[in-house]
Design a protein around this ligand. Structure first.
Ligand SMILES: [Zn+2]
Length: 211
């Protein structure tokens, strides 16, 4: 089976897909945030540079992130890996290409409008953790703003506001044309329509994997 890079806009359903790949195919999921945290806790030059840049609040340079990722990839040799949250720009895509073998790319495609509804419509129950979406008929609570399971009042996630969503989607839109072109020219790009139902997405991903 091929290694994977998941490259997607915000709210495309990456988390759900990662779970699917883990439980159905035994993929190891490498999220770049976790990779940096793991390297941060190691007493190495890369670890020290990550601490230095993150503590100053500046972006960790691409070559350091790539080194951190390379360290982490070594731990999982022989396993099927899915990388998510990386690359974020074309330089990172090119760098990743030099350290990652035998991979294909899945782009979960979702329009800004749908991604925004998913993000801004998300409400959750703080008591039982159930997640709802007020813009999605199959995910709406039965009674407005009340948890179906425990009757608790639902709350909006604080980081789900329109501004921060737009910033994240803008970054994706600025970087995605060159990244997708790069993967397309290598013949490894697979676009999956993430606006479909979970079942259709799962089937599409299965056929991408050749299953
Ligand atoms: Zn509840």
């Amino acid at each position: 089976m091929k290694n994977l890079v998941l490259y997607s806009p915000p709210a495309a359903g990456k988390g759900t897909l990662c779970e699917f790949l883990k439980s159905n195919y035994g993929y190891e999921v490498l999220s770049i945030g976790q990779v940096l945290r793991n390297n941060r806790s190691m007493d190495t030059e890369v670890g020290r540079k990550i601490i230095e840049t993150q503590d100053k609040g500046i972006l960790t340079p691409d070559y350091i992130v790539a080194e951190a990722l390379e360290n982490e990839l070594k731990k999982f040799e022989g396993k099927n890996i899915v990388i998510e949250g990386y690359p974020r720009n074309i330089d990172q895509a090119r760098m990743l290409d030099t350290i990652f073998d035998n991979y294909i790319v899945i782009n979960l495609a979702v329009s800004r409008k749908v991604a925004m509804e998913r993000t801004l419509g998300r409400v959750s129950c703080k008591k039982c953790g159930k997640i709802y979406n007020i813009f999605n008929d199959s995910m709406k609570p039965k009674i407005e703003n009340i948890c179906d399971v425990c009757g608790e009042t639902l709350e909006i996630r604080s980081d789900d506001n329109e501004n921060s969503f737009n910033v994240r989607y803008d970054i994706y839109e600025q970087n995605s044309p060159s990244i997708l072109d790069f993967y397309e020219s290598k013949g490894i790009l697979n676009i999956v329509n993430a606006e479909n139902s979970k079942e259709i997405i799962a089937n599409d991903v299965k056929s991408v994997l050749g299953e």
